[in-house]
Design a protein around this ligand. Structure first.
Ligand code: SAH
Ligand code: SF4
Ligand code: F3S
Length: 453
């Protein structure tokens, strides 16, 4: 049967897992003959959504509303709302918005291409994840990616930690590791397609493998991925302070392809709050891990996540957080003010902090951390790093961006022909978010003989 070519666009919100899902979906649709086009021209727009904070949901709701006006006048695009917020809001989305024709939770991504084709034939589809373990996955590697040189690979779905503020375990379901063979096969396919750097994704990568029959841990996976011929760099995120283990540090120390960068969310500097968050460690436990990391990997960069204004956070707790930031000296911290998520334990806790106060605390931590990040970056001026040039810089003509092994973004003067190249960069300047540099030389791999058996 001849099928008509439909056109689509994908809008991605939320975390890197969504970027991975979005790229896989794009690949799958294009393989079925769909054509990617501008979002205002498309027959269908897929919105990959996030529920982590209220703001993330509001942004998507207003986008859905905007498409609604187009839909009314032009009869398109129809919308497929997928991912965490789709799971969270479910049938409500269909009821509220006539332009929404597909709603699918994160564990139904494998059925989204069919659902879209049904929607084009005027069928509305609702797939919510009822069994938190079942996973109807897409079996396409993200071959048609937003970036040709780097790719994400999800190594485990879901999360079992139930931090009291967090919606992820409710919308993404239980922690289920993907099989090592499947992950390695996908990484090889990506490398054959030109990928030089992969980032392994999971809500808690350190518990990778705990649910597998064989004894195969995250450190084993890291080592095996690093051995994939042709791959230059392996990154991973996110680590959990309760589950981070010595064997991961050893793997990083032994294998230079595993980048010396760790995102280890601390969330609060007060033990009392950490307990109420159900995080399972104290500030002291946390401090021991980063001490050990810095001993074993002197150049390591450590980033963290932090929430201010958790219910019951007193001025004293907040001061502990400020002290903690000064002691830990993180390279970068993703900060957020606490957003109550319906259905999570923290949303019902007493002593919710007023918005104004949360805002005040957020701006204080940001100011403090910006100064620390700036100081840490400033020290790097004059130093040399190996940088993989992977994209155009967000602003500034004739500028490219890349990352150091320690995951710092470096902006350098350069042109398109240099994209995808590994080069030696001298750092010439620093801000709290970026390093600035100049290319000293290019790394040449043409003399590297690769033997594939
Ligand atoms: N699994 C990872 C990342 C989870 S989501 C981890 O354990 O850290 C990314 C970040 O969003 C979290 O680290 C947390 O800092 C933030 N976050 C999660 N729920 C939140 C909420 N209700 N309000 C504000 N920030 C939140
Ligand atoms: Fe959320 Fe905690 Fe799981 Fe991270 S570890 S996704 S913060 S429940
Ligand atoms: Fe958001 Fe879901 Fe990721 S809630 S942060 S898209 S796991």
């Amino acid at each position: 049967m001849m099928s008509m070519a439909f056109s689509f666009a994908i809008d991605i919100y939320g975390c890197q897992m969504n970027q991975y899902d979005g790229d896989r979906l794009r690949t799958s649709l294009i393989r079925r003959g769909w054509i990617e086009t501008d979002r205002n021209e498309a027959d269908a727009v897929v919105i990959v959504t996030c529920s982590i904070r209220e703001k993330a949901e509001q942004k998507v709701l207003s986008e859905i509303g905007r498409y609604g006006k187009l839909y009314k006048t032009k009869g398109k695009p129809l919308l497929a709302v997928i991912g965490c917020m789709a799971q969270n809001m479910g049938a409500d989305l269909l009821r509220r918005f006539p332009q929404v024709k597909v709603v699918a939770g994160p564990r139904h991504i494998g059925w989204v291409p069919d659902a879209l084709e049904n929607a084009m034939r005027h069928k509305t589809v609702l797939y919510l994840d009822e069994d938190p373990r079942e996973m109807i996955d897409l079996h396409d590697a993200p071959m048609i990616r937003s970036n040709p040189y780097k790719a994400f690979v999800t190594i485990a779905h879901g999360c079992d930690n139930f931090c009291t503020y967090c919606i992820v375990p409710y919308v993404r379901g239980r922690f289920v590791s993907r099989r090592p063979g499947e992950i390695l096969k996908e990484v090889s396919e990506l490398v054959d397609d030109g990928v030089l750097e992969v980032t392994l994704l999971g809500q808690n990568v350190d518990s990778y493998g705990k649910d597998l029959k064989e004894s195969y841990r995250f450190s084993n996976l890291l080592q095996d991925v690093a051995k994939v011929p042709g791959l230059l760099r392996v990154r991973f995120t996110t680590s959990h302070p309760r589950d981070f283990t010595e064997d991961v540090i050893e793997a990083m120390a032994e294998e230079s392809k595993i980048c010396p960068a760790v995102n280890l969310p601390i969330q609060s500097g007060s033990d009392r709050i950490l307990k109420k968050m159900n995080r399972g460690y104290t500030v002291e436990d946390y401090g021991r891990i980063i001490k050990r990391l810095r001993e074993a990997l002197p150049e390591v960069s450590i980033t963290s996540d932090l929430i201010v204004g958790f219910p019951g956070e007193t001025e004293e707790d907040f001061q502990c957080t400020l002290e903690m930031l000064k002691t830990m000296e993180f390279d970068l911290v993703h900060t957020a003010s606490y957003s109550p998520r319906e259905g999570t334990p923290a949303a019902n806790m007493s002593n919710q902090i007023p918005e104004e106060e949360k805002k005040r605390r957020l701006s204080i931590v940001n100011e403090l951390q910006d100064a620390i990040s700036f100081k840490k970056n400033k020290i790097l001026e004059g130093k040399f790093f190996e940088v993989l040039l992977d994209d155009f810089a967000p602003k500034g003509k004739g500028m490219l961006q890349g990352r150091t092994p320690t995951d710092k973004v470096v902006l350098v003067p350069g042109d398109e022909s240099m994209l995808g190249k590994l080069c030696e960069v001298r750092i010439t300047g620093a801000s709290n978010w970026y390093l600035y540099g100049e290319i000293v030389s290019f790394r040449d791999f043409s003399d590297v003989l690769e033997v594939r058996i």
